[in-house]
Design a protein around this ligand. Structure first.
Ligand SMILES: [Zn+2]
Length: 385
C-alpha cells in the first residue's frame, strides 16, 4: 500500500563499517527534503550488525539526488521562513532552530566561535546572532548560491565552500539536518572534529525515524537515524556524547565533545545502549502501509477532503490521493492563503463544514492537534498514523 517492496541487497554500512546483506525495502514514490514528489526507485536497507537504516548508494540514486540538489529550495512554500515546531496544545510554536541554539548557548556561552556546517539560507546563524550578538559566526555550504542571503541575515565573519580552507579553533560546529544527507558521515564528522578547540562541541540534529516513520520516504536522506543508531554513530567518534530526544518531538539532538584524543579508530564493539532497542525497518514499513490504507479509506467516505500540513507526510498523502482532494490545512501563517501543488492552503478555523481532514502526523501530535483544533472547526480530523 505504501509502495515498499521487500528486497535484499549487499552494501557497506556507513555507520559501523560492516559489509552487510540484510533486509532491504525498495520504493518508487519518494518525497525530496524540499517536498517535491520523486518517482524514482530507491532501496533502504538495515545493517544486520548495528541496525543502521540507510539508502543503498546506487549510481541511479546518486544521479537523481545530485539533480534534486541542483534545484534545491528549502522551505519554498514559506518563502525562506523557517518551519515552526508545533509541539503541544499549550505552548506557542517556536522556530525550529531556536531550541537548539538556546541549548547550545548553555554549553558554549556568549562570544563563542560557531561554524554552521550546511548553513542553507542562514536561518540557524540568524537565530544565533539574535540570541548572542557577540557570537563569532562562520558558515559552510557546498554551494555558495545562498552566500549573499546568509551575509544579509547576520554579521557573518566568513562563508566557506571548501573545508580544507577553514581555520581551526571552533567552540561549536552545528550540523542541523545535514548528517542524514551525508554519504560518508563518519569521515566528514571526523574532519570537522579536527576544526574544534580542545573540549569543543559538535552538535547534530536529525529526524527521529522512531517518532516519524514518514522520514523513510525522504528520497535524499542517506540515513534514517534512531536514538540507538545515532548513539552508535557518536560512539565511533568520541566517548563523550549526549543523545537528547526531549528537545524536539520528532527529532534527535546529539552533542559530541572532543577532549585531547580527537580520533577514535573504527572499532567492532558496539556500545551498550541507553537508547532503546534497534528499530526493525519492517515495522516502519508496516506503519506506513497502515497509514496509506487509512488515508485511502478516508478518501472514499469524504465528500470534501483536506490534508493537514504541507510536510513530507502531507505531500505523500496528496500523491496517494493522486491530487484528487480539495484543500490543505496549515497552522503556519506564512503558508495560509497560498496555493500549494495547485490547491489552497486554509487555516484550521477555515476548514469547510462537513469536510474530512486527514492528519498524517504521529498519533500523539495528531491527537493533541485534534483536541486543540476540533472546537475551532466544523470539519472533522482523522489521524492516520
Ligand atoms: Zn552497521
Amino acid at each position: 500500500m505504501s509502495n515498499f517492496v521487500e528486497s535484499r541487497g549487499d552494501w557497506y554500512c556507513i555507520v559501523c563499517n560492516y559489509q552487510t546483506n540484510g533486509r532491504a525495502w525498495s520504493h518508487g514514490l519518494g518525497i525530496s527534503s524540499d517536498q517535491r514528489v520523486v518517482k524514482s526507485q530507491r532501496t533502504v536497507g538495515q545493517c544486520s550488525r548495528c541496525g543502521h537504516i540507510q539508502v543503498l548508494l546506487t549510481a541511479a540514486w546518486r544521479r537523481e539526488t545530485a539533480s534534486l540538489y541542483d534545484s534545491y529550495k528549502a522551505y519554498a512554500l514559506s518563502e525562506g521562513k523557517e518551519q515552526k515546531v508545533f509541539s503541544s496544545d499549550t505552548t506557542p510554536p517556536t522556530l525550529r532552530s531556536e531550541k537548539l541554539v538556546l541549548r547550545l548557548l548553555q554549553e558554549v556561552g556568549r562570544g563563542a566561535r560557531w561554524l554552521d556546517f550546511g548553513a542553507g539560507d542562514g536561518t540557524l546563524l540568524s537565530t544565533i546572532a539574535h540570541h548572542d550578538a557577540s557570537a563569532h559566526l562562520e558558515a559552510f555550504d557546498v554551494s555558495d548560491h545562498n552566500k549573499d542571503e546568509v551575509e544579509a541575515r547576520c554579521d557573518l565573519k566568513k562563508f566557506h565552500s571548501n573545508l580544507a580552507e577553514i581555520e581551526t579553533g571552533f567552540d561549536v560546529i552545528v550540523l542541523s539536518h545535514v548528517l542524514e544527507h551525508l554519504q560518508d558521515p563518519i569521515e566528514e564528522a571526523l574532519q570537522l572534529s579536527h576544526l574544534l578547540k580542545t573540549q569543543g562541541l559538535i552538535a547534530i540534529q536529525v529526524p527521529n525515524l522512531e517518532k516519524n516513520p514518514f522520514d523513510m520516504l525522504v528520497f535524499d536522506h542517506v540515513s534514517h537515524f534512531t536514538p540507538r543508531t545515532l548513539e552508535i554513530f557518536a560512539s565511533r567518534l568520541t566517548s563523550s556524547f549526549e543523545i537528547n530526544v526531549d528537545l524536539y518531538p520528532k527529532e534527535i539532538v546529539a552533542l559530541l565533545t572532543f577532549a585531547e584524543q580527537k580520533l577514535r579508530a573504527p572499532h567492532d564493539v558496539l556500545p551498550t545502549s541507553n537508547h532503546g532497542r534497534v528499530l526493525p525497518v519492517h515495522e516502519v514499513v508496516l506503519r506506513l502501509d497502515a497509514a496509506a490504507a487509512s488515508a485511502l479509506t478516508a478518501k472514499q467516505s469524504a465528500s470534501t477532503l483536506g490534508v493537514f500540513g504541507t510536510s513530507t507526510a502531507a505531500v505523500w498523502c496528496a500523491e496517494l490521493f493522486d491530487g484528487s482532494f480539495d484543500f490543505w490545512v496549515d497552522e503556519d501563517e506564512s503558508r495560509i492563503g497560498k496555493a500549494f501543488m495547485g490547491l489552497p492552503v486554509v487555516a484550521p478555523d477555515s476548514i469547510p463544514a462537513r469536510s474530512l481532514v486527514v492528519v498524517p502526523f504521529v498519533e500523539t501530535l495528531a491527537s493533541r492537534l485534534a483536541n486543540r483544533l476540533i472546537s475551532e472547526s466544523s470539519g472533522s480530523l482523522l489521524a492516520i498514523v
